[in-house]
Design a protein around this ligand. Structure first.
Ligand SMILES: C[S@@+](CC[C@H](N)C(=O)[O-])C[C@H]1O[C@@H](n2cnc3c(N)ncnc32)[C@H](O)[C@@H]1O
Length: 264
């Protein structure tokens, strides 16, 4: 068995990540990046390093899952948006602005757009603009294209698929123009400031800060605080947390779902 196969087997057994879910080229690129960081030069050497350094396992997990996303990831967050956050915001103004920061291949902003378009359909005087950004231009191009495999669609209902996607001859699904029309995609490094004009109503920055150090995370929270309207919402990933230096800037609104409201 060759060393790459041995390494994949070790990853599957230890990290419970199914390598077959990814393209081989993608796995190799991520492994090479970790090999550069650990000054190892062959798969065999890196495997030995992994076994001897348990901390590297977490680095590898983060490297492999860096672009991982899905439609309606943590569905309870979207349920909460539908029932609580969006009705509150639309109670204050007819047009709202949302930023999906670190949107990867687009499933997050399209899920937001699905929820919004269903609310707007009930009350056409409402409207919304979603800004979706990511540092990685390759995933952003995929997001803009908006084509997904049937496997990626499992969390969507039949009626959502029917309303918002077109089935292509090859069996994949493409997002319909009315959904795309709600979103503006653009490349952006979160470390470089806010990419749009201020006074956003909602910022989702979920599962993005895994590589950021504490100082960078705090700076990000301060930047989001400055970009939100008074009473605006900041939603983090379920495993992320607000640093002590910045927790006075926000009031927890739903602690389980990591939803915060800007304090003035
Ligand atoms: C794991 S995905 C999360 C996607 C989505 N937010 C979700 O929760 O499903 C993390 C994304 O953050 C992006 N990212 C990482 N560092 C970034 C940075 N400094 N600025 C903007 N995006 C960044 C990555 O390119 C990746 O697409």
């Amino acid at each position: 068995m060759d060393d790459f196969v041995l390494l994949k087997r070790f990853i599957e057994q230890t990290l419970a990540i199914q390598c077959s879910n990814y393209k081989e080229d993608y796995i190799k690129r991520r492994l090479l990046s970790r090999m550069r960081s650990t000054s190892t030069t062959t798969y065999e050497e890196y495997l030995r390093y992994l076994k001897a350094n348990p901390l590297e396992l977490e680095n590898l997990r983060n490297a492999l899952t860096i672009n991982v996303t899905e439609f309606f990831r943590d569905n309870e967050v979207y349920e909460f948006m539908k029932k609580d956050i969006l009705p509150t915001l639309f109670g204050q103004r007819d047009r709202i602005r949302i930023w999906s920061a670190g949107c990867s291949t687009g499933e997050e902003p399209y899920s937001l757009a699905i929820v919004l378009s269903e609310l707007i359909a009930q009350n056409p005087k409402l409207s919304a603009q979603i800004y979706a950004t990511d540092i990685d231009k390759v995933v952003l191009a995929k997001a803009q294209e908006g084509i997904y495999t049937p496997k990626a669609m499992v969390k969507l209902s039949e009626s959502q698929i029917h309303r918002h996607f077109t089935k292509l001859p090859d069996g994949n699904f493409q997002v319909k123009p009315h959904l795309k029309g709600l979103i503006r995609f653009r490349p952006h490094d979160l470390m470089s400031g806010v990419p749009v004009s201020r006074w956003l109503d909602l910022i989702t920055c979920r599962n993005v800060t895994i590589y950021f150090n504490e100082k960078q995370k705090d700076e990000l929270a301060k930047m989001f605080h400055g970009a939100l309207v008074s009473g605006g919402y900041y939603i983090m990933g379920k495993t992320e947390y607000l640093g002590r230096q910045v927790d006075s800037l926000f009031t927890p609104h739903n602690s389980l779902q990591k939803i915060f409201i800007k304090k003035d």
